[in-house]
Design a protein around this ligand. Structure first.
Ligand code: MGD
Ligand code: MGD
Ligand code: MO
Length: 757
């Protein structure tokens, strides 16, 4: 039995005459993701990188003409030439500037297998070479990850301990979902989603009579439940809505004073602010109506329902991916604390139910097989979304989580397993920054913009072309991912590429420890058996696992309720916060003295420029980020070959735009083209476009070129959420949209770059 584990599901690859013809979803999965169907055609498409390639002027003289990145042809070279070049450049940069001139932050999801995890491979390699400048946090949860340890506890701990769907079906009465529970997002989990849980969970909750409230600009962010109210909130205003809900609870005595006294600190200071004692403005429903567009009476009604019923308050990650993104997360916790149901079955708060498949599985996960990265001797790092700032401003200082830090001076960037031209904001600004380093190296499978804008491009295998182990936290199955086809072109595993460079640099022994990839699989599997045992999970021996092709992990029976132990005994099980309690006021955050993130949750007016439409760039249904945008499923979703942009009927009519049109979407940072879907299921004043359409400028390498394909990061803002987290603020952007009546430029995103000899 052969399986491939992808971030969005388990599939059996069907191979005929050495060619991958289809991906059959695992038979046990009742709600498989259609994204798998994109792979067979894409994997050998012309977009595949077949051979190592070097930018022409760079090959002639390393470091020369960085301004020609993305513009000039590549020259295909042999593996030996390419690996010699990589080794020589690494050595030179290290000798001239030290390891702190190498950026290996290399953000990105790569592929699901645990050994061939590109980032782990890169980090281990660079650590063996003396270290690199790393990145911390994520684009997913930039603000949340930094905030939560101050007020409740570490994000990974919380995510792993979420109240189970099963428990919610039994005990929850009202599920209030800020940002909804989008089925599109629950397709995925990092490392694998072998069995999809959300649709079953929503069915069971509906059957049990749970009422849902979808607080979102998009109606479809929650579909399925029978009792489902849609509150089409203005994006970025949820904190005001939550404050008004809190206001009603407190002023009507619906809050739980005993819970607050026993389990939280700082309530009184927050209450003074809430009631208006601090700034003269009570945060009442009338105040919130003006900010959120949700009628005051509906806010009051919802607060009363929340006060009466067993209520789960859930917030999607998306809400914190914005300027002041800490606030909606902090208010979610505060609101749940006021209700006093934290630690009780069916109540409390959730951080991202529906964002990832495995959240709410109720299984106590163990740490599965992983490839050790070693220690990094270089201490300089950046919060991941500050990468452009770093490249543009070496030596400049910045604030982060109570500390003042300095941007290092980067000369060489090494990337494996991510696509910065997908994930980073304000691509025109990135393009400027991208000219700064002397050397850009990437391992890629496909000719993404990340590859096209690099100097040295090394072709990597896909998961189908190598053996690996699929294992994701709390996932139902561990999968033996057995190679299905031979590597396409001259592609090599990231491991083999790094081993090749390490041997040229004289540290092959420490990088490989004498093992080939197959021996590593056995080794990391065996290592994980002990960790599994600590959680009462017995893994079969490696040979049996590999022979059987899969192992259904038998998780000990649990009825997980988030923070139950803390509620049962806050003295024996204090939270890992300074006070041991939930911090409605955080002395520590207050001590940082950040105006953009003070000591308790607040409404801070967003610095929004005057354009009339708010741009939501959310996660795509038809792919994972930019992965397989060139696949059949994603391409079938396009409108006139461009990424679809959804606009409200009234906004479309005002602008003379109809369904199927192509429009130009623009603001002060740039412009892109998109294909239009006109809909009543998006609130007025908001346009929505998924992330992930490959960057496709009309004039590659030129600043301020029009993107003809629909990459929203052309015009999103590259600013930190606050001085506390410096998280990504992709959701804070306003735009205007106009009909495109000029000839349509051809899409070239999926074409390989020009090649020369
Ligand atoms: N505007 C806006 N921007 C966003 C977001 C948003 O909501 N709005 N969301 C943000 C979030 S949450 C995230 S997580 C990021 C995601 O950003 P990324 O994780 O960078 O996006 P991916 O498209 O998954 O990029 C992974 C790349 O790795 C390559 N790859 C896959 N497997 C391998 C392998 O085995 N080896 C090598 N060498 N390469 C491999 C793929 O071909 C692909 O190009 O985007 C962020 N950006
Ligand atoms: N199919 C698929 N699934 C994915 C991914 C993917 O690329 N493809 N990416 C995965 C990753 S890396 C991550 S981090 C998670 C991300 O999970 P999220 O960040 O939560 O995902 P989004 O789709 O950006 O946002 C969810 C919804 O929140 C709503 N929303 C946005 N802004 C606001 C706001 O200000 N207020 C309110 N009330 N609602 C708002 C949007 O309408 C959006 O549809 O998804 C994961 N799931
Ligand atoms: Mo993410």
């Amino acid at each position: 039995m052969t399986f491939t584990s992808l971030h969005w599901g388990a599939y059996r690859p069907q191979v005929v005459d050495g060619k991958l013809v289809s991906m059959t979803p695992a038979e046990w999965d009742k709600d498989p993701s259609p994204i798998g169907a994109s792979i067979p055609e894409a994997i050998t498409s012309p977009t595949r990188i077949l051979r190592p390639a070097v930018r022409r002027s760079y090959l002639a003289e390393p470091g020369s003409h960085p301004e020609l990145r993305g513009k000039e042809p590549f020259v295909e070279v042999s593996w030996d030439v390419a690996l010699d070049l990589v080794a020589r450049e690494l050595k030179r940069v290290k000798a001239e500037y030290g390891n702190q001139a190498i950026y290996g932050g290399s953000y990105g999801w790569g592929s699901a297998g645990r050994f061939h995890h590109a980032q782990s491979q890169l980090h281990r390699f660079l650590n063996g070479f003396g270290g690199y400048v790393a990145s911390t946090d994520s684009y997913s949860l930039g603000a949340g990850r930094v905030l939560m340890p101050h007020i409740v506890g570490n994000m990974d701990w919380l995510l792993a301990a979420h109240t189970s769907w099963k428990n919610l079906a039994q005990h929850c009465e009202l599920f209030v979902a800020f940002g909804g529970l989008p089925a599109k997002n629950a397709q995925t989990s990092p490392g694998g989603a072998s069995d999809h849980l959300l649709s079953d969970a929503l069915d069971a909750m509906s059957e049990a009579g749970v009422q849902f409230v979808n607080v979102s600009p998009l109606r479809d962010d929650l579909s399925g439940p029978t009792l489902n109210q849609w509150l089409p909130v203005r994006p970025g205003s949820d904190t005001a809505l939550m404050l008004a809900l809190a206001y009603v609870l407190v002023t009507e005595g619906l809050h739980n004073e005993a819970f607050i006294q026993r389990y939280t600190v700082g309530y009184e200071r927050f209450r003074d602010y809430l009631l208006g004692a601090v700034d003269g403005q009570p945060k009442n429903p009338a105040w919130a109506e003006a900010l959120t567009d949700i009628p005051a009476q509906q806010i009051t009604d919802l607060a009363r329902r929340m006060g009466r019923q067993r209520t789960m308050i859930n917030i999607a990650y998306s809400l914190q991916r914005s300027v002041h993104g800490e606030q909606p997360f902090w208010m979610t916790v505060t609101l749940a604390a006021l209700l006093g149901q934290i630690g009780l079955p069916g109540g409390g708060f959730g951080l991202g139910y529906g964002c990832m498949n495995n959240t709410g599985s109720g299984r106590k996960s163990f740490s599965g097989p992983r490839f050790a990265q070693g220690a990094n001797p270089v201490k300089a790092f950046i919060p991941v979304a500050r990468v452009t700032d770093m490249l543009l401003n070496p030596g400049a200082t910045f604030d982060y989580n109570g500390k003042r830090q300095q941007y290092p001076d980067i000369r060489l960037v090494y990337w494996a397993g991510g696509n910065i031209f997908h994930h980073h904001q304000d691509l025109n600004r990135l393009l400027e920054a991208w000219k700064k380093p002397q050397t850009l190296i990437v391992h890629e499978q496909y000719w993404t913009a990340q590859a096209k804008y690099s100097d040295i491009v090394l072709p990597a295998t896909t998961a189908l072309e190598r053996n690996d182990i699929g294992s994701s936290a709390s996932d139902r199955f561990m999968l033996a991912m057995q190679q299905a086809i031979t590597p396409v072109g001259q592609a090599r595993d990231d491991y083999a590429i790094f081993a090749g460079v390490a041997s040229r640099l004289g540290f092959a022994d420490s990088f490989t420890e004498g093992r080939d990839a197959g021996q590593w699989l056995r080794f990391i599997y065996d290592e994980s058996r002990g960790r599994a045992e600590e959680h009462g999970i017995e893994l079969p021996d490696y040979d049996a696992f590999w022979r059987d092709g899969l192992f259904e992990v038998v998780y000990p029976e649990t009825d997980t309720v988030l923070l139950k132990a803390f509620r049962d005994d806050p003295v024996a099980h204090p939270l890992p916060t300074p006070s041991g309690r939930i911090e409605i006021f955080s002395e520590r955050i207050a001590s940082f003295d950040y105006a953009d993130c003070p000591g308790h949750p607040v409404w801070l007016d967003k610095p929004v420029p005057g354009l009339p439409l708010h741009l939501l760039s959310n996660q795509p249904k038809t792919r994972l980020h930019s992965q397989y945008d060139h696949g059949s499923y994603s391409r079938a979703s396009k409108v006139q070959q461009r990424e679809p942009l959804t606009i409200n009927v009234d906004d479309a009519r005002e602008r003379g735009i109809v369904d199927g049109d192509v429009v130009k979407v623009f603001n002060e940072r740039g412009a892109f083209l998109a294909g239009v879907i006109v809909s009543a299921d998006i609130r007025p004043g908001v346009v929505q476009i998924a992330t992930g359409a490959w960057f496709d400028p009309v004039t590659p390498g030129e600043p301020n070129s029009l993107d003809k394909h629909g990459n929203p990061n052309m015009i999103t803002a590259d600013v930190g959420a606050s001085r506390l987290s410096q998280g990504c603020s992709a959701q804070t952007a306003t735009v205007e949209v106009e009909k495109w009546d000029q000839p349509l430029p051809d899409i070239t995103a999926f074409d390989p770059p020009p090649m020369t000899l």
